[in-house]
Design a protein around this ligand. Structure first.
Ligand code: HPA
Length: 307
Protein backbone atom coordinates (compact mmCIF):
# COMPACT_ATOMS: atom_id res chain seq x y z
CA UNK A 1 0.00 0.00 0.00
CA UNK A 2 1.03 3.62 -0.43
CA UNK A 3 2.29 5.87 2.35
CA UNK A 4 0.33 8.96 3.20
CA UNK A 5 2.46 12.11 3.44
CA UNK A 6 3.28 12.88 7.06
CA UNK A 7 2.64 16.47 8.04
CA UNK A 8 2.94 18.43 11.24
CA UNK A 9 -0.05 20.56 10.31
CA UNK A 10 -2.87 18.20 9.40
CA UNK A 11 -5.09 21.09 8.31
CA UNK A 12 -2.75 21.81 5.42
CA UNK A 13 -2.69 18.20 4.21
CA UNK A 14 -3.72 18.15 0.59
CA UNK A 15 -6.25 15.35 0.54
CA UNK A 16 -7.76 16.41 -2.75
CA UNK A 17 -4.84 15.39 -4.92
CA UNK A 18 -4.98 16.64 -8.52
CA UNK A 19 -4.81 13.03 -9.71
CA UNK A 20 -7.11 10.24 -8.52
CA UNK A 21 -4.50 7.70 -9.54
CA UNK A 22 -4.05 6.44 -5.98
CA UNK A 23 -7.78 5.60 -5.85
CA UNK A 24 -7.31 3.01 -8.56
CA UNK A 25 -5.73 0.36 -6.38
CA UNK A 26 -4.77 -3.07 -7.69
CA UNK A 27 -7.78 -4.48 -5.93
CA UNK A 28 -10.20 -2.03 -7.55
CA UNK A 29 -8.78 -2.32 -11.07
CA UNK A 30 -8.60 -6.12 -10.77
CA UNK A 31 -12.37 -6.15 -10.24
CA UNK A 32 -12.80 -4.27 -13.52
CA UNK A 33 -10.35 -6.45 -15.42
CA UNK A 34 -12.16 -9.54 -14.12
CA UNK A 35 -15.29 -8.36 -15.97
CA UNK A 36 -13.27 -8.18 -19.19
CA UNK A 37 -11.42 -11.47 -18.59
CA UNK A 38 -14.72 -13.25 -18.13
CA UNK A 39 -15.76 -12.24 -21.68
CA UNK A 40 -12.50 -13.22 -23.37
CA UNK A 41 -11.77 -16.47 -21.57
CA UNK A 42 -12.42 -18.47 -24.77
CA UNK A 43 -9.25 -17.04 -26.33
CA UNK A 44 -7.29 -19.11 -23.78
CA UNK A 45 -4.51 -16.51 -23.83
CA UNK A 46 -3.92 -13.02 -22.51
CA UNK A 47 -3.83 -10.02 -24.82
CA UNK A 48 -0.28 -8.71 -25.19
CA UNK A 49 -0.70 -5.42 -27.06
CA UNK A 50 -3.03 -2.57 -26.09
CA UNK A 51 -4.13 -0.01 -28.67
CA UNK A 52 -5.62 3.37 -27.76
CA UNK A 53 -7.58 4.69 -30.74
CA UNK A 54 -7.61 8.48 -30.98
CA UNK A 55 -10.36 10.82 -32.23
CA UNK A 56 -11.72 9.51 -35.52
CA UNK A 57 -9.21 6.63 -35.48
CA UNK A 58 -11.62 4.03 -34.14
CA UNK A 59 -11.74 2.36 -37.56
CA UNK A 60 -8.52 0.62 -36.58
CA UNK A 61 -10.78 -1.89 -34.83
CA UNK A 62 -11.87 -3.07 -38.31
CA UNK A 63 -8.55 -4.93 -38.43
CA UNK A 64 -9.57 -7.02 -35.40
CA UNK A 65 -10.63 -10.62 -36.08
CA UNK A 66 -12.92 -12.68 -33.82
CA UNK A 67 -13.69 -9.36 -32.12
CA UNK A 68 -15.32 -9.27 -28.69
CA UNK A 69 -16.79 -5.87 -27.81
CA UNK A 70 -17.22 -4.71 -24.22
CA UNK A 71 -18.84 -1.32 -23.60
CA UNK A 72 -17.18 0.77 -20.90
CA UNK A 73 -20.60 1.27 -19.33
CA UNK A 74 -20.81 -2.48 -18.67
CA UNK A 75 -17.71 -2.39 -16.49
CA UNK A 76 -18.64 -1.20 -12.99
CA UNK A 77 -16.44 1.70 -11.89
CA UNK A 78 -15.13 2.42 -15.38
CA UNK A 79 -15.45 6.02 -16.66
CA UNK A 80 -17.59 6.87 -19.72
CA UNK A 81 -16.39 8.44 -22.95
CA UNK A 82 -18.28 11.64 -23.75
CA UNK A 83 -16.66 12.77 -27.01
CA UNK A 84 -18.11 12.55 -30.51
CA UNK A 85 -15.96 10.16 -32.54
CA UNK A 86 -15.17 7.99 -29.50
CA UNK A 87 -17.31 4.87 -29.21
CA UNK A 88 -16.51 4.02 -25.57
CA UNK A 89 -15.72 0.32 -25.73
CA UNK A 90 -12.99 -2.28 -25.68
CA UNK A 91 -12.58 -4.35 -28.83
CA UNK A 92 -10.55 -7.49 -28.19
CA UNK A 93 -9.39 -10.01 -30.78
CA UNK A 94 -6.62 -10.85 -33.21
CA UNK A 95 -4.66 -8.50 -35.44
CA UNK A 96 -2.12 -10.43 -37.49
CA UNK A 97 -2.34 -13.40 -35.06
CA UNK A 98 -1.59 -11.18 -32.05
CA UNK A 99 -4.26 -10.91 -29.36
CA UNK A 100 -4.86 -7.19 -28.86
CA UNK A 101 -7.12 -4.97 -26.74
CA UNK A 102 -8.29 -1.81 -28.51
CA UNK A 103 -9.69 1.07 -26.55
CA UNK A 104 -12.18 2.64 -28.93
CA UNK A 105 -12.48 5.89 -27.04
CA UNK A 106 -10.25 7.38 -24.38
CA UNK A 107 -10.72 9.87 -21.55
CA UNK A 108 -9.57 13.45 -21.79
CA UNK A 109 -8.85 16.02 -19.13
CA UNK A 110 -11.20 18.46 -20.87
CA UNK A 111 -14.15 16.13 -20.29
CA UNK A 112 -13.75 16.90 -16.62
CA UNK A 113 -11.89 13.75 -15.61
CA UNK A 114 -8.82 14.26 -13.44
CA UNK A 115 -5.60 13.22 -15.13
CA UNK A 116 -5.28 10.01 -13.07
CA UNK A 117 -8.72 8.84 -14.12
CA UNK A 118 -7.81 9.60 -17.75
CA UNK A 119 -4.96 7.09 -17.40
CA UNK A 120 -6.72 4.46 -15.32
CA UNK A 121 -7.63 2.18 -18.27
CA UNK A 122 -3.92 1.61 -18.85
CA UNK A 123 -3.74 -0.07 -15.46
CA UNK A 124 -6.51 -2.37 -16.63
CA UNK A 125 -4.58 -3.16 -19.84
CA UNK A 126 -1.57 -4.03 -17.69
CA UNK A 127 -3.61 -6.39 -15.52
CA UNK A 128 -5.04 -8.05 -18.63
CA UNK A 129 -1.47 -9.00 -19.59
CA UNK A 130 -0.38 -6.34 -22.11
CA UNK A 131 3.36 -5.70 -22.28
CA UNK A 132 3.17 -2.99 -24.94
CA UNK A 133 0.91 -0.15 -25.91
CA UNK A 134 0.17 1.58 -29.21
CA UNK A 135 -1.15 5.08 -28.55
CA UNK A 136 -2.65 6.99 -31.46
CA UNK A 137 -4.05 10.48 -31.57
CA UNK A 138 -5.33 13.18 -33.86
CA UNK A 139 -3.07 16.22 -33.76
CA UNK A 140 -2.56 19.61 -35.30
CA UNK A 141 0.62 19.92 -37.34
CA UNK A 142 3.04 22.68 -36.33
CA UNK A 143 5.97 21.48 -38.37
CA UNK A 144 5.55 23.19 -41.75
CA UNK A 145 6.76 20.03 -43.51
CA UNK A 146 3.69 18.13 -42.34
CA UNK A 147 0.58 17.87 -44.50
CA UNK A 148 -2.96 17.02 -43.45
CA UNK A 149 -3.32 13.23 -43.49
CA UNK A 150 0.36 12.51 -42.73
CA UNK A 151 1.43 10.22 -39.92
CA UNK A 152 3.98 11.53 -37.42
CA UNK A 153 5.79 8.93 -35.34
CA UNK A 154 6.26 10.42 -31.86
CA UNK A 155 9.79 10.17 -30.55
CA UNK A 156 9.45 12.50 -27.58
CA UNK A 157 7.01 14.79 -25.84
CA UNK A 158 6.84 17.94 -23.75
CA UNK A 159 4.61 17.38 -20.75
CA UNK A 160 3.19 20.90 -20.54
CA UNK A 161 0.29 19.90 -18.31
CA UNK A 162 2.73 18.09 -16.04
CA UNK A 163 4.94 21.20 -15.76
CA UNK A 164 2.39 22.69 -13.39
CA UNK A 165 1.90 19.50 -11.40
CA UNK A 166 -1.06 18.13 -13.33
CA UNK A 167 0.40 14.69 -13.84
CA UNK A 168 -1.12 11.25 -13.23
CA UNK A 169 1.56 10.20 -10.74
CA UNK A 170 1.10 13.17 -8.41
CA UNK A 171 -0.14 11.96 -5.02
CA UNK A 172 0.58 8.90 -2.89
CA UNK A 173 2.45 6.16 -4.72
CA UNK A 174 1.78 2.44 -4.60
CA UNK A 175 5.08 0.70 -5.35
CA UNK A 176 3.11 -2.39 -6.36
CA UNK A 177 2.15 -0.51 -9.53
CA UNK A 178 5.37 1.38 -10.22
CA UNK A 179 8.20 3.55 -8.91
CA UNK A 180 7.84 6.88 -7.12
CA UNK A 181 10.35 8.51 -9.47
CA UNK A 182 10.13 7.51 -13.08
CA UNK A 183 12.70 7.95 -15.85
CA UNK A 184 11.17 9.28 -19.06
CA UNK A 185 14.36 8.75 -21.05
CA UNK A 186 13.55 7.01 -24.35
CA UNK A 187 9.98 6.54 -23.18
CA UNK A 188 9.05 6.00 -26.82
CA UNK A 189 10.85 2.80 -27.70
CA UNK A 190 13.60 3.61 -30.26
CA UNK A 191 13.27 0.15 -31.83
CA UNK A 192 9.58 0.72 -32.58
CA UNK A 193 10.31 4.17 -33.98
CA UNK A 194 12.88 2.76 -36.38
CA UNK A 195 10.59 -0.08 -37.52
CA UNK A 196 7.66 2.32 -37.99
CA UNK A 197 9.67 4.71 -40.14
CA UNK A 198 11.02 1.84 -42.24
CA UNK A 199 7.45 0.66 -42.75
CA UNK A 200 6.19 4.12 -43.74
CA UNK A 201 8.97 4.44 -46.33
CA UNK A 202 8.10 1.00 -47.69
CA UNK A 203 4.54 2.24 -48.13
CA UNK A 204 5.81 5.36 -49.90
CA UNK A 205 4.41 7.52 -47.11
CA UNK A 206 6.32 10.35 -45.39
CA UNK A 207 8.31 8.98 -42.45
CA UNK A 208 7.90 12.00 -40.18
CA UNK A 209 9.16 11.78 -36.65
CA UNK A 210 8.63 14.51 -34.08
CA UNK A 211 7.83 15.95 -30.70
CA UNK A 212 4.24 15.99 -29.47
CA UNK A 213 2.69 18.06 -26.74
CA UNK A 214 -0.76 18.05 -25.17
CA UNK A 215 -2.69 21.00 -23.82
CA UNK A 216 -5.70 20.67 -21.56
CA UNK A 217 -8.21 21.88 -24.14
CA UNK A 218 -10.98 21.69 -25.16
CA UNK A 219 -10.40 25.01 -26.89
CA UNK A 220 -7.94 24.97 -29.73
CA UNK A 221 -4.82 27.11 -29.45
CA UNK A 222 -4.38 30.80 -30.19
CA UNK A 223 -1.86 31.95 -32.77
CA UNK A 224 0.41 33.22 -29.98
CA UNK A 225 0.24 29.87 -28.18
CA UNK A 226 1.02 27.99 -31.37
CA UNK A 227 3.99 30.24 -32.11
CA UNK A 228 5.29 29.62 -28.59
CA UNK A 229 5.01 25.84 -29.02
CA UNK A 230 6.62 25.95 -32.44
CA UNK A 231 9.54 27.98 -31.10
CA UNK A 232 10.07 25.33 -28.40
CA UNK A 233 10.42 22.53 -30.94
CA UNK A 234 6.91 21.07 -30.86
CA UNK A 235 5.94 19.38 -34.14
CA UNK A 236 2.36 18.40 -33.32
CA UNK A 237 -0.16 19.41 -30.68
CA UNK A 238 -3.17 17.60 -29.26
CA UNK A 239 -5.08 16.97 -26.03
CA UNK A 240 -4.06 13.47 -25.00
CA UNK A 241 -1.28 10.85 -25.06
CA UNK A 242 1.42 12.54 -22.93
CA UNK A 243 -0.03 11.52 -19.55
CA UNK A 244 -0.93 8.09 -20.96
CA UNK A 245 2.71 7.56 -21.92
CA UNK A 246 3.75 8.54 -18.38
CA UNK A 247 1.32 5.97 -16.96
CA UNK A 248 2.36 3.26 -19.43
CA UNK A 249 6.05 3.71 -18.60
CA UNK A 250 5.24 3.77 -14.88
CA UNK A 251 3.57 0.38 -15.29
CA UNK A 252 6.51 -0.95 -17.29
CA UNK A 253 4.74 -1.06 -20.65
CA UNK A 254 6.68 -0.44 -23.86
CA UNK A 255 5.25 2.44 -25.91
CA UNK A 256 4.76 3.14 -29.57
CA UNK A 257 2.82 6.29 -30.43
CA UNK A 258 1.88 8.21 -33.50
CA UNK A 259 -0.23 11.20 -34.53
CA UNK A 260 -2.48 11.54 -37.53
CA UNK A 261 -2.03 15.15 -38.61
CA UNK A 262 -5.67 16.12 -39.01
CA UNK A 263 -5.11 19.84 -39.59
CA UNK A 264 -2.41 22.41 -39.93
CA UNK A 265 -2.16 24.74 -36.96
CA UNK A 266 -2.76 28.37 -37.95
CA UNK A 267 0.36 30.28 -36.88
CA UNK A 268 -0.59 33.55 -38.60
CA UNK A 269 -3.59 35.79 -38.07
CA UNK A 270 -4.09 35.89 -41.81
CA UNK A 271 -4.71 32.14 -42.04
CA UNK A 272 -8.21 31.96 -43.46
CA UNK A 273 -9.13 28.66 -41.93
CA UNK A 274 -9.30 27.76 -38.27
CA UNK A 275 -9.32 24.31 -36.70
CA UNK A 276 -12.58 22.61 -35.85
CA UNK A 277 -13.47 19.20 -34.47
CA UNK A 278 -15.31 18.19 -37.66
CA UNK A 279 -12.11 18.61 -39.66
CA UNK A 280 -10.35 16.36 -37.16
CA UNK A 281 -13.04 13.67 -37.53
CA UNK A 282 -13.18 14.00 -41.34
CA UNK A 283 -9.41 13.57 -41.78
CA UNK A 284 -9.56 10.50 -39.55
CA UNK A 285 -12.30 9.06 -41.75
CA UNK A 286 -10.47 9.84 -44.98
CA UNK A 287 -7.30 8.18 -43.74
CA UNK A 288 -9.03 5.26 -41.99
CA UNK A 289 -7.70 2.60 -44.37
CA UNK A 290 -4.13 3.92 -44.25
CA UNK A 291 -4.24 3.81 -40.45
CA UNK A 292 -5.81 0.36 -40.32
CA UNK A 293 -3.04 -0.96 -42.61
CA UNK A 294 -0.31 0.84 -40.65
CA UNK A 295 -1.48 -0.50 -37.30
CA UNK A 296 -2.04 -3.99 -38.71
CA UNK A 297 1.56 -4.08 -39.95
CA UNK A 298 2.96 -2.60 -36.74
CA UNK A 299 1.22 -4.98 -34.32
CA UNK A 300 3.53 -8.00 -34.90
CA UNK A 301 6.52 -5.67 -34.62
CA UNK A 302 5.24 -4.26 -31.34
CA UNK A 303 4.60 -7.77 -30.11
CA UNK A 304 8.09 -9.06 -30.83
CA UNK A 305 10.75 -6.36 -31.37
CA UNK A 306 12.85 -5.32 -28.38
CA UNK A 307 15.45 -2.57 -27.96
N1 HPA B 1 -4.88 21.35 -31.54
C1 HPA B 1 -5.13 20.58 -30.47
N2 HPA B 1 -5.63 19.36 -30.57
C2 HPA B 1 -5.89 18.88 -31.79
C3 HPA B 1 -5.66 19.63 -32.95
C4 HPA B 1 -5.13 20.93 -32.81
O1 HPA B 1 -4.90 21.66 -33.80
N3 HPA B 1 -6.03 18.86 -34.00
C5 HPA B 1 -6.46 17.67 -33.49
N4 HPA B 1 -6.38 17.68 -32.15
Amino acid sequence: MFMQPVMDYPNTLNTTYPSRNHDFTKEKVAKMSAVVEEKIRHFKASPTVGIICGSGLGEVTKAVKEAVTIAYKDIPGFPRSTVQGHAGQFVIGYINEVLVVCMQGRFHFYEGYDIGTCCMPIKLLKLLGCHSLIISNAAGGLNPKFNVGDIMVIHDHINLMGFSGNGPLVGPNDEAWGPRFLSMHNAYSPAYIKEARDLLRKKNLPDHVGVYTALGGPQFETVAELRLLQAQGVDAVGMSTVHEVVMARYLGLRVFSFSLITNKCPTTYEADKNVNHQEVIDTGREKAQVLVDFVRDMVPVINSVRD
